[in-house]
Structures are given as C-alpha cells and as structure tokens.
Design a protein around this ligand. Structure first.
Ligand code: TK8
Length: 354
C-alpha cells in the first residue's frame, strides 16, 4: 500500500512537471501561433491595420553604409504604414554575422537582413556568379546590371530558400589591406595570410594569387588582424575605416578586385503575409534607399580614404598593367564559377556587363 502511494505520488509529481514544461514550451510556440494566426487572417482580409515588428540585423557599426540603409528604410516604412510596421535595427552582429543572419531570416527569427552576396552563395549557388573577379569595371555598370535582368533573376532564385530578394545596396569595391608590406603585384602576396569571406571562389582566387588565404566570419576579423592570426583582409574603403581595420593594417592597395553587394532580403512567409499595399511599400522602400545609400557610400568611401591617408596608412593606387597581373592570375576561377553558378546566369551577367 505504501509502495502504491509512493508510486502515485511519483506519477503526480512527474505529471505536474510535465505540464509545467509544456506550459513554458507553449509560451514559445504561442508567439508562433499568434504570428501564424495574424498572418493567415491578414492575407484573408487584406486589411492594412495589422501590426508587425520587423527585426533587422546587420554586421557593421552604427552610422556605417549598411546601417544608414536600414535607418532610412525604417523611416520610410514606419511613416508609410502609420507605424503598423515598426522596424527594430540590431547592428554590430548582435543577431549574428552574414551566415547566421541568412539562416535566421530563413527561419523568420529575423525579418530582414542584407548580407554580402559572397556568403549567400552557400545558400543559393547562382550567387557565385557575382564572385567573378574584376567582373564590374565601375559603379555605373554595377548599378545597371544589378538593377537589370541579371540582378533581378538572381534575387528570384532566393524564393527557393525561404527568402524574398528585395534589392541591392552598396558595400563597395573591395581593396586589400595588410600589416606587412606594400602590395603592387601578385608576387608581393606570397606568404601573406589573407582572410577571405566564407566563399570557395574567393578562397580559390586568393590561392591563385599566391597568398595563403583563410575564410573567417567578419565578426572575428578585427581580433585576428590585431593578433596577426592573419596578415591581411579585403573590404571596401568605408568599411576598412568604420571597423577600424586601418589601425592595425598600415598598407592598403586599391585592388578593387570584386564588388560583392549587400543583398537585401525578407523572410518569404512574412512577405507573403503582407497585404499587396504593404508588399509594395516594402519593395519600393528598398529601391528608394538603394539610390540614397549608394550616393552615401560613395561619399563615405572618399572620406574614409582621406581619413586613412591622414592617419598614415600607405595607400597604393595600382596601374592598369599591375591590375592586369592580378586579373590574369585569377582567370581559372571563371570556370569554377560557371560550374558552381551555372552557365546561364554567368553568361547573362557577363552579357549585361558588356
Ligand atoms: C558586414 C559583412 C562584411 C563583409 C565581409 O555586414 O565579411 O568582409 O564585407 O561587410 O557583410
């Protein structure tokens, strides 16, 4: 009898524990259910008064190129939806780096993100097409091609991975910095350990150039440069400045070897849940910001260059002949890109560049 009582007591305790657990689980999934309910009835009624909070994450500092874009985006969205959509911006990798942000936007934990195109290629291989070194001769061509058919075709491929592509903002042409020596020809790179973005094509290109490359998340880069785990890295001027890389990288060569844009995307289910009107507001806002943001970044790049020069960074302009030496070394990468991204998108992109 005593035994039976003990067993009963045990069952009661376990049951209450289980209910407790379940409850706290429910709290988590309740939000999900609420959001789903909101989503469903929103798409039915097409009313514009549903409330949303769009969580946005990015990897750079406040006031940087990407942050500027999202701040402008927030202003437009909140105004045009009468704050029915509120935007919360989390800078400085608070919600993770480019790879984590892509994943969390796929899952809907983050509403919107704008990672560099290079790490996105791990999620949607057609994006490797943008990793052809020296593909774009200048900014005007970049804007024309990204906003044109090839760029739009690329954005559409994101549909297949739970994302809705909205547009391209500027990070900028990337330039090499290092802590060891002035680099003017590929031979100068031998024995330099270079951090690349997490992308096989970038890794292959830097090997072909004769350096010793290693992929690394952006969030670990400053410390790695400071502790000389790596000797160099490559990023646009404005970012080299805003991330203070120049403080530990006295040499900068204007290689302009690649333009890896910020790709702005939104969780696909969230997008589908919006009324047609809100969909349009979101899409138009990203386009409107593209124009302002690109202008802003051009100014940032110029200011960054001047400020780094003043600080004492040795900035090397490369001649057309010197750049050609770099370009020749990386030509094998072209076939690799074609194999990874598919000939169709690569040909389309190259045709539109020309
Ligand atoms: C920051 C990243 C970064 C990228 C990199 O948001 O990893 O070097 O250039 O700017 O997207």
């Amino acid at each position: 009898m005593k035994k039976l009582l003990l067993v009963l007591l045990f069952i009661v305790i376990m049951a209450s524990l289980f209910i407790g657990c379940n409850n706290s689980e429910n709290n988590g999934s309740n939000k999900q259910v609420q959001r789903e309910a909101k989503v469903n009835d929103n798409s039915k009624s097409q009313s514009s008064n549903k409330k949303y909070i769009f969580k946005i994450g990015h990897g750079s500092t406040e006031g940087s190129a990407l942050d500027y874009g999202f701040v402008e985006f927030k202003k437009i969205i909140e105004e045009e939806t009468n704050e029915n959509i509120k935007v919360e911006i989390y800078p400085n990798q608070q919600l993770g780096g480019d790879t984590e942000l892509t994943e969390s936007t796929q899952f809907g934990n983050t509403a919107i993100a704008a990672p560099s195109s290079a790490p996105i290629a791990s999620f949607e291989k057609e994006f490797y097409a943008l990793d052809i070194p020296f593909l774009f001769p200048d900014r005007e061509t970049v804007y024309r091609v990204l906003d044109g058919n090839a760029g739009q075709q690329l954005l559409k491929t994101l549909d297949g991975v739970g994302l809705k592509g909205l547009g391209y903002w500027e990070n900028g042409f990337r330039n090499l910095t290092n802590s060891k020596k002035s680099v003017t020809v590929p031979e100068d790179l031998s024995e330099l350990k270079i951090r690349t973005m997490e992308n096989d094509v970038h890794l292959a290109a830097w090997k072909l150039l004769g350096s010793n490359p290693t992929p690394m998340p952006f969030g670990e880069l400053f410390t790695a440069l400071q502790q000389t785990t790596v000797d160099g890295q490559e990023n646009p001027l404005n970012l080299i400045y805003s991330q203070k890389f120049y403080e530990v990288q006295p040499y900068l060569s204007k290689t302009k070897h690649i333009y890896s844009p910020f790709v702005v995307f939104i969780n696909k289910d969230l997008y589908e849940s919006l009324t047609d009107n809100y969909k349009r507001i979101v899409e138009d806002a990203v386009k409107e910001v593209s124009v302002m943001q690109r202008k802003f970044v051009q100014k940032l790049d110029d200011e960054a260059e001047q400020a780094m020069r003043d600080y004492g960074v040795e900035i090397t302009e490369l001649t057309a002949e010197e750049l050609k030496l770099f370009r020749n070394k990386v030509t094998p990468v072209y076939d690799m890109v074609k194999e990874k991204a598919g000939a169709e998108i690569v040909d389309m992109l190259i045709n539109e560049v020309e």
